[in-house]
Design a protein around this ligand. Structure first.
Ligand SMILES: [Zn+2]
Length: 1026
């Protein structure tokens, strides 16, 4: 995976500073306590302890060590969390754009000394109960993290990871497959034309079809033009074919050395065991080197610069005439200065976040562009940080105006500073982030410290967040102009400033294609006939290797018997608040309260359906009660951890043609802010402001832009949703609310000059939605706080009781199901049944300006509670690992692909960033033939089961416990019985379901492709081209 600066930035921006916390109540033998026993100077398995620090904010103990012989650095975060994490990162600082660190990241995972089988990384996905396994290439480091809750599994994965990074095979064939190669278009036909192939080659073509990523890449390259940040670490598609296999091996030898490595472990497993294994299996075989990978500081410019780049036009942009992006970027201080980094990222939020920030007021509200550019804000992913501000979706004529507004806004900030309440709101947010428990805390930590540590900053200091908060408060107290002075220094007086604009070029894709063709011809011209013969032979060799059955017995594996036979029960209690059913779930939430309300939409007239997603966006952002939208945003930041409303399509667990539709309200807050949080909901229910057309226009533009931008990244999701559209009533609704239909609908609305009609739909939707008759609620909180929460909820429900009105359902077939399936009576939820629904086959193609495709085929099968459901789940995993991965990724060159079974009873095939289109559909069919042939082993089945269970048993945060039951009515008993069915799946079942469901009839399958112009499809009348 190639992780661009922006992604890292987002990680930091949305950092959820917490993990699961099963048992953080202090036990004397807790992991955090045990780690406090280490002493600086203590030597353990070739390492020396350098520092031991308690980090009470995050409930962990940090232990910093160095490896004596090689100088490898090590940080252990001991915490009572069973989701243990390991990561190793190397400082990788390429000086060209051949993508060498990225191709190396892929190739080291293709086989190693102890584990020489092809692709042990992907193989391990099926031999483990891992909760996360991946690898990332950033601009200046490459990271290999995994996590698991099982101690034996941790050792297995650690062994595979260490061997992969330190002793990889780096075979020439791996380089061809993962990097780039010349090959006959059809490898078995020596007369077919030679083309470029390779996983990273295609991945990067796909990555740069996303205009936001393209812009972010240009921006970084041009801001830091003098060293490693001036090149594309992931690989510039046309520079990738300049990389040789020898260069790849050399880069490994110099960069993947312990002296250039940083190890990080996290969780409740003992540190000694990790150190011992790492020393024995890897580090003991190395001596110290000087990797010489430091990144020098970027020399400061003496005067600001301007630059311009082009991109492909966006067919889905809300306004085709407004497709320019413009940002001004400022070079900031070194990220290893922890407090400066903390201050500048806070300052960045104050400047740009939410409707109360000066840049939102100055740039978003005048509607010059559709939204901020996605690079906007503080970016600490490079050695020296940067801050960018600017817009996307703007007209070329507005460029000068935007520059002028930015400069003026900076002047205004220096003059006026920030309101105290906004600073408080931000510090409150940090407090919430530290308390909120997420399930991937270890991974969040690894990402959080990676950049700073990579440049020899102190990761422990970075974790002491309260220290920074305290120092910040103190500094501000001593100098009330502290922040204004920073703005003066870093923005007004900074001459290292880049103004970068990007505009669409109609001929962009054509030029790209031509450049690729030229590069290809250059390569081909140098080839003699014997070279060409060699290429053909190598192509066949690769194909043969890819088709060969693998002996993977060298790899460690868990057994099915290592899987817990039963699930942990999550106790919930049912109650009522003013007649509305409530599910209470007591959890160690660390002082947070989580509230949800599901409002069903069964009375909503059809013509309003497409507007529901917009309603969900608007209801929390247009003002309510006595608050205008700015005050509403301010109160939400000051009092809550966020309030959101989202659409829900919940398929029934027993019948395919039954589902529930509605919206889900979700919010969280610190216990002390419960009354204020419910007051805000109450104001939104009783008196939302749906009268400001200009405000709505801002929200519409932003939503339309966000949807348009999301397609190149999540194209497979859109293809899957579309392919499933005609197979079930729930599929149809999902497409309207969140598929391509919704994208096009929002684009249409964004193009309307008059939104008054749209504005009038909002109160109509509200009447149907916010009706206590259609509601059920859920609260997750600590046992101590539960009764208080129940009382507050009761008051809230009484407060909104005025919305209670009998409305006749427009749907004739409403079925009531008890909320507690075992109770048989009591409160119920209402589902829509469409027993006369006729599934039908449809093949839809969306031509889009991407160089790659997203392909999906869906087949209607059985619902969750059906006997065959478990077999289909295992079958999907097995087909993915044993067949589709090889066909679609290895041979086809797509970034990803496979099959999955969905809760709505739809069996889905998909591919991601795929150079092929209709060929991939035949790979899906071949997958079905493979399954029906029954040529799979017990080992294959067991591996698929492990892989299914690692998803089924992935950790659930305290805030999310009990949600399957609350939303879908799937109880722990039902989950347990599903679990038993999974264990029981055997060869016969798999063969049976493959034949029965996947050998499809015409009406039960749907197909969709998003991708570039396609002649085959155009000529085929069975396709609908959108
Ligand atoms: Zn990649």
């Amino acid at each position: 995976m190639f992780r661009q600066a922006k992604t890292v930035l987002q990680k930091l921006r949305y950092l959820s500073l917490n993990g699961q916390q099963h048992a953080w109540r202090l036990k004397s033998s807790s992991a955090t306590e045990r780690a406090l026993q280490y002493r600086p100077g203590q030597r353990i398995h070739g390492f020396t302890v350098k520092e031991v620090a308690a980090v009470p904010d995050l409930f962990l103990t940090a232990v910093k060590l160095t490896h004596d012989k090689t100088g490898a650095q090590y940080l252990h975060a001991a915490r009572d969390d069973s989701n243990n994490l390991f990561s190793v990162q190397f400082r990788t600082t390429p000086m060209d754009s051949t993508g060498v660190p990225h191709i190396l990241e892929h190739t080291v995972l293709c086989g190693s000394e102890k584990y020489p089988c092809r692709d042990p990384f992907f193989k391990m996905l099926n031999r483990s109960l891992t909760t996360f396994m991946n690898a990332f290439t950033a601009s200046d480091y490459t990271m290999y993290p995994f996590s698991t809750q099982n101690a034996k599994d941790f050792q297995n994965l650690l062994s595979v990871y260490l061997d992969a990074v330190f002793f990889p095979c780096l075979r020439e064939q791996d380089f061809w497959q993962e990097g780039w190669r010349l090959e006959n278009e059809n490898p078995t036909d020596p007369n077919s034309p030679l083309v470029f192939k390779g996983v990273v080659f295609n991945e990067m073509k796909g990555a740069f079809s996303d205009n936001e990523r393209l812009y972010a890449q240009h921006l970084q390259n041009k801001m830091y033009p003098d060293h490693t940040y001036s090149v594309v670490s992931g690989g510039e598609p046309l520079a990738i074919p300049d990389l040789s296999w020898e260069q790849l091996k050399l880069f490994h030898a110099t960069h993947y050395h312990p002296s250039n490595a940083r190890f990080f472990t996290y969780g409740d497993l003992p540190l000694e065991q990790h150190l011992k294994q790492i020393e024995e299996e890897a580090l003991s075989r190395f001596d110290r080197t000087d990797p010489n990978t430091q990144v020098p500081s970027q020399p400061h410019w003496s005067s600001p610069r301007e630059d311009h780049v082009t991109c492909s036009p966006d067919a889905l942009a809300p306004d085709p005439a407004k497709q320019n992006t413009l940002c001004m970027s400022y070079l900031l201080g070194d990220i290893t200065d922890t407090f400066e980094g903390f201050t500048l990222s806070l300052l960045s939020s104050l400047m740009i976040s939410g409707p109360n920030s000066p840049f939102y007021k100055a740039l978003i509200e005048p509607k010059i562009g559709t939204d901020f550019s996605s690079v906007v804000g503080y970016d600490g992913s490079t050695k020296e940080a940067s801050f960018s501000i600017g817009l996307q979706g703007m007209a070329e004529d507005d460029i000068e105006r935007v520059k002028q507004i930015i400069n003026q806004t900076i002047e205004d900030i220096i003059m006026n500073g920030f309101e105290e309440e906004r600073i408080e709101a931000l510090l409150h947010k940090i407090e919430i982030q530290m308390k909120h428990q997420s399930t991937s805390f270890g991974l969040s930590l690894a990402s959080y410290i990676a950049s700073c540590w990579n440049h020899d900053g102190d990761p422990v200091e970075l974790l002491q967040i309260s220290d920074s908060v305290a120092k910040f408060r103190q500094t501000l107290k001593e100098n009330p102009r502290f922040l204004q002075d920073k703005v003066q220094h870093y923005f007004k007086e900074n001459t290292h400033r880049l103004t970068l604009s990007m505009s669409p070029d109609e001929a962009y894709l054509e030029k790209q294609a031509r450049a690729e063709e030229e590069k290809l011809q250059q390569k081909i011209q140098t080839l003699s006939d014997s070279h060409k013969k060699e290429i053909y032979d190598k192509g066949l060799e690769l194909l043969a290797a890819q088709s060969q059955t693998q002996d993977v017995s060298c790899l460690p594996a868990l057994k099915v018997s290592d899987i817990e036979p039963t699930i942990n029960i999550t106790p919930v209690e049912m109650g009522a608040a003013a007649g509305v059913p409530v599910q209470y779930c007591e959890q160690p939430t660390n002082g947070m309260v989580y509230f949800r309300a599901m409002c069903s939409l069964n009375t909503l007239p059809e013509d309003l359906r497409l507007y529901v997603p917009l309603f969900c966006t608007a209801i929390t952002k247009m003002g309510c009660g006595g608050l205008d939208y700015r005050q509403q945003a301010q109160q939400m930041e000051l009092r809550t951890g966020g309030m959101s409303v989202s659409t829900q399509v919940i398929p029934d667990s027993t019948q395919l043609d039954m589902y529930e539709q509605g919206v889900l309200l979700f919010s969280s807050c610190l216990e002390r802010n419960l009354p204020q949080m419910f007051q805000l909901w109450s104001d939104m229910f009783n008196s939302p402001h749906f009268d400001d057309e200009e405000r709505l226009r801002v929200l519409v533009m932003m939503s339309a832009q966000e949807l348009a931008n999301g397609i190149s990244y999540s194209g497979h999701m859109y293809a899957m949703t579309r392919a499933g559209r005609n197979l079930s009533p729930a599929g149809e609704l999902a497409e309207s609310l969140g598929g391509m239909e919704q994208v096009k609908f929002m684009k249409r609305i964004a193009e309307m000059s008059d939104l008054s009609q749209v504005l009038r739909t909002l109160p109509r939707i509200k009447k149907h939605l916010f009706n206590p008759n259609n509601m059920r609620c859920a609260v997750n909180a600590t046992p101590q706080k539960m009764s208080d929460a129940a009382g507050q909820l009761d008051n809230f429900m009484k407060d909104v009781a005025g919305n209670r009105r009998e409305r006749k359902s427009v749907r004739p077939n409403i079925i009531e199901r008890p909320l507690d399936p075992l109770a048989g009576s009591g409160p119920s939820r209402k589902l829509i049944s469409e027993p006369n629904f006729q599934p039908c086959q449809m093949k839809t193609f969306f031509p889009l300006p991407f160089p790659v495709n997203f392909v999906s085929e869906c087949i209607r099968t059985v619902p969750f509670s059906h006997d065959d459901y478990a077999s289909l789940c295992v079958l999907a995993r097995m087909m993915t690992a044993k067949f589709l991965h090889g066909e679609i990724r290895e041979k086809g060159g797509a970034y990803g692909g496979g099959a999955k079974m969905g809760g709505g009873g739809v069996f889905t095939f998909y591919s991601y960033r795929d150079p092929n289109s209709v060929q991939t559909l035949s790979a899906f069919r071949k997958g079905v033939d493979w399954a029906k042939s029954g040529q799979f082993t017990q080992q294959d089945i067991d591996e698929a089961k492990l892989s299914v269970f690692s998803a089924v048993d992935s950790p659930v945060a305290p805030s999310d416990k009990g949600m399957g039951r609350f939303l879908s009515g799937i109880t722990d008993e039902m989950k347990q019985s599903h679990r038993e069915s999974l264990f029981a799946v055997d060869h016969k079942h798999l063969l049976d379901v493959a034949g029965r469901y996947l050998g499809v009839g015409q009406r039960t399958c749907g197909v969709a492709i998003l991708g570039p112009e396609n002649d085959t499809i155009k000529k085929d009348p069975s396709w609908i081209v959108k």
